[in-house]
Design a binder for this molecule. Structure first.
Ligand code: EPU
Length: 299
């Protein structure tokens, strides 16, 4: 058990389910919700004096947390939500800013290119950068000039080059370091980006389910789609306890009535095993699975 630090934004024994989209997750020993850069640096310094597991969450869209909770410290970045225009088309955006807010307030407002790559993706800017979120139209790291990263040696400004990221992965931020902000450069578009936004929102409304979930459960294997493979195994609509493989999209597992961590893991394993048997393809989770001992849970 971790001792509560004397910080005004620290709380002990906090249930994590309300901090996640899945609505699943037991209590964490200590939760820190810093409101600004100074507080997050101070929080991180304290975390480094502790020898327990440590987890960073943005808006909790892409995590599946154990019902037994988390024996360690959770740092929630969602209040680091500043947006500053630094030059004409350059912006510094805090890691806790909701991605859709960035799209609507900046990209649509100024008709910048790239809306099709980011429309409708849940989560924060920091979380999106961490996993290089995107769609078939591109990904967030393509829009980045630099990222401010808080690590053991303090804050460093990392200039981003194209070779530093790939599909749902980047190599500039080590696990355990915190993305504080991104420096974005946008280019004006000739096309009407609002039309593109509305098109993808509508497409999502019809092709993806709404409700408690984590977005895509698995990464798409190269040259294919996890949803297609899961559907081809006849798994859509399969249920375990309060969890169900969405009848709308095979790569979404929904918590539709008090699903447990184990219910969701059961369905994930079922998808992985059936797809492996039928197609010889290994599905890799996109959602981050967090076990109670702090180790990243494996399927
Ligand atoms: N498909 C099926 N059956 C299904 C679902 C999909 O056959 O049950 C087929 C579709 O017909 C389509 C193809 O699979 O031909 C792709 O489906 P979709 O357009 O829904 O895209 P996706 O590859 O499943 C990716 C992102 C989503 C993003 C969409 C935008 C990943 C892992 N997922 O999904 O991102 O919304 O593109 O089109 O890259 C997320 O990251 O959380 C997320 C939701």
């Amino acid at each position: 058990m971790v001792d509560l630090p004397d910080l005004p934004y620290a709380e002990a024994n906090v249930t994590l389910s309300p901090h996640t989209w899945y609505g699943v997750g037991g209590p964490a020993d200590v939760v820190l919700i810093p409101k600004n850069r100074n507080e997050i640096i101070e929080a991180f310094q304290w975390i480094q004096t502790q020898s327990c597991p440590f987890l960073i969450i943005g808006s909790g869209t892409n995590v599946l947390i154990c019902d037994k909770g988390f024996r360690g410290i959770v740092l929630i970045t969602k209040q680091i939500d500043h947006i500053t225009q630094t030059e004409n088309d350059d912006y510094t955006i805090g890691s806790g800013v909701i991605l859709d807010r960035m799209v609507r307030e900046i990209m649509l407002e100024k008709n910048y290119q790239g809306v099709g790559a980011l429309t409708g993706i849940p989560g924060t800017v920091g979380g999106a950068i961490f996993m290089n979120a995107g769609t078939a139209n591109g990904s967030i790291c393509e829009l980045l000039d630099w990222v401010d990263i808080l690590g053991a040696d303090g804050v460093r400004r990392q200039v981003i080059e194209p070779g530093m990221y790939e599909y749902r992965h980047q190599s500039f931020n080590k696990s355990g370091e915190i993305i504080l902000a991104g420096g974005f450069h946008f280019d004006k578009s000739e096309e009407d980006q609002l039309k593109i936004y509305e098109h993808y929102i509508e497409r999502r409304r019809t092709r993806q389910p709404s409700g408690r979930c984590c977005g895509s459960v698995f990464k798409n294997p190269q040259g294919d789609h996890a949803g297609r493979l899961i559907e081809a195994c006849g798994l859509k609509g399969q249920r375990k306890g309060g969890a169900v493989i969405s009848p709308v999209h095979g790569n979404f597992i929904m918590n539709d009535s008090s699903a447990t961590y184990e219910d969701i893991l059961f369905l994930m394993r079922l998808c992985r095993d059936r797809v492996r048997e039928k197609f010889g393809v290994e599905l890799e989770p996109e959602v981050k699975i967090v076990a109670d001992n702090g180790l990243l849970g494996r399927l």
